[in-house]
Design a binder for this molecule. Structure first.
Ligand code: S3P
Length: 426
């Protein structure tokens, strides 16, 4: 994919639907009694992997445009698949499904693509074993994960990482436990599971960074409208801020407090972003955002804000490259175990464009410069690295080429088309 410098961005756009919420709507709908209709579902490869897995587990699911209808069969209605379940590139699918499948009465195995097979699964395997689950994986850490039937008991688990995938996995397994399950996190990760499971009839309580689920007999279908994904909006938020003479409006963006760290940090960096049309849709806060070109300055981020913007750090690093002064990102070692090692990827690729960027054990230090230049760039087959580099390339002084750029289809299938639509070139 060749990307040429652009002169400005103008227009009103809709961004893709939230990936985390789309996954959960299919999973919970499958486990519920009755029909769940999901409006505005994300037709990205990751969420399609979740649909494929639940179809293989015997759940009828139909797709019409962006509407998905799930004919749920109840908490004990899944059936053994004929084959290994293929979760593709999706960590959310593997980890949340592991929690659900640990409690079923059939043998099953989960795997995914080359990237998934390198991602750590011990973080769910260990606590699931504490609940009594029977799981086996290569080096106790890597897909494929083989799961045998077992009876689960509730536990209190102090997770060493703030991970919504770990938390959700255990809460889902906890639905099947003989007693309540509590997950305590170092700081609060995205809470879509808690919100949506409640809407499906489960009982959950929160106290500070701890959440407890009470085992239940059944969940009950409810319709879901998925908001736009702030993680996808982030690419256009940063693009609108760093591209001169730009003025864009991004409609229907989810601003759940456990997800909106990027908005807070960009405002803190001096970004001209107006939040308006705030409303609640299906238990999730949503708004429109107007973004105008701004002079950004560096900042320091770390601690409890990190889980609220973990997926947005690649594009934040691009903003930092062109901001005035120094930006320090710390407490973000999780970046090393995402779809790629994002600390290494951002360091190597943005350096090629002339950025002053230093990797650390748990983040990055970026000194802002006046301009980036074009380069030959690698996405490492990571959708968020590809999109971050594309936005950097739009703002470079010369053309760039991004290899393996089509991985954006994981979360944002029309990313390049949308960028093209609102771009004005000299
Ligand atoms: C997700 C949780 C986060 C995030 C991922 C989606 C989810 O991962 O990075 O893109 O839907 O629960 P971790 O739980 O590993 O932090």
């Amino acid at each position: 994919m060749n990307i040429n410098p652009i002169s400005s961005l103008r227009g009103i756009i809709n961004i893709p639907s939230d990936k985390s919420i789309s996954h959960r709507s299919v999973m919970f709908g499958s486990l519920a009694l009755g029909t769940t209709t999901i409006y505005n579902f994300l037709m990205g490869d990751d969420c399609l992997s979740t649909i494929q897995c639940f179809r293989a587990l015997g759940i009828p699911i139909s797709i019409d445009g962006t509407t998905v209808v799930v004919h749920g069969k109840g908490m004990h209605g899944l059936s053994a698949p004929n084959d290994l379940l293929d979760c593709g590139n999706s960590g959310t699918t593997v980890r949340l499904l592991s929690g659900i499948l640990a409690a079923q009465n059939f043998d099953v195995a989960l795997t995914g693509d080359a990237s998934i097979q390198k991602r750590p699964m011990k973080r769910v395997i260990e606590p699931l074993r504490q609940m009594g689950a029977d799981l086996n994986a290569a080096k106790d850490n890597f897909c494929p994960i083989h799961i045998k039937p077992s009876k689960l008991t509730g536990i209190t688990y102090h997770s060493p990482v703030a991970s919504a995938q770990v938390k959700s996995c255990l809460l889902l397994a906890g639905l099947y436990g003989s007693s309540p399950t509590t997950v305590v996190e170092p700081s609060v990760s995205r809470d879509h599971t808690e919100r949506m499971l409640g809407a499906f009839g489960a009982t959950l309580t929160r106290q500070d960074t701890a959440v407890t689920v009470v085992p239940c007999e059944e969940l009950y279908a409810t319709d879901i409208t998925v908001p736009g994904d702030i993680s996808s909006a982030a690419f256009f938020m940063v693009a609108g801020l760093i591209t001169p003479d730009s003025d864009i409006t991004i409609k229907n963006v989810g601003i759940n407090p456990t997800r909106k760290g990027i908005l807070d940090v960009l405002l803190q960096m001096g970004g001209d972003i107006t939040v308006f049309n705030e409303k609640i849709v299906c238990g999730e806060p949503v708004c429109d955002l107007r973004v105008r070109s701004s002079k950004l300055h560096g900042t320091t981020i770390g601690g409890s804000i990190i889980p609220t913007l973990i997926d947005e750090i690649p594009i934040l690093a691009v903003a930092a490259c062109l901001a005035e002064g120094k930006t320090v990102i710390q407490d973000a070692a999780e970046l090393k175990v995402k779809e790629s090692n994002r600390i290494a990827a951002l360091h190597s690729e943005l350096s090629k464009m002339g950025a002053d960027i230093t990797p650390t054990e748990d983040g990055l230090i970026v000194n802002g410069i006046k301009a980036l230049h074009g380069a030959e760039l690698n996405s490492f087959d990571d959708h968020r690295i590809a999109m971050s580099l594309a936005i950097a390339a739009c703002n470079a002084s010369s053309s760039s080429a991004i290899y393996n750029a089509d991985c954006v289809k994981i979360s944002f299938p029309n990313f390049y088309e949308l960028l093209h639509e609102i771009t004005t070139r000299e």
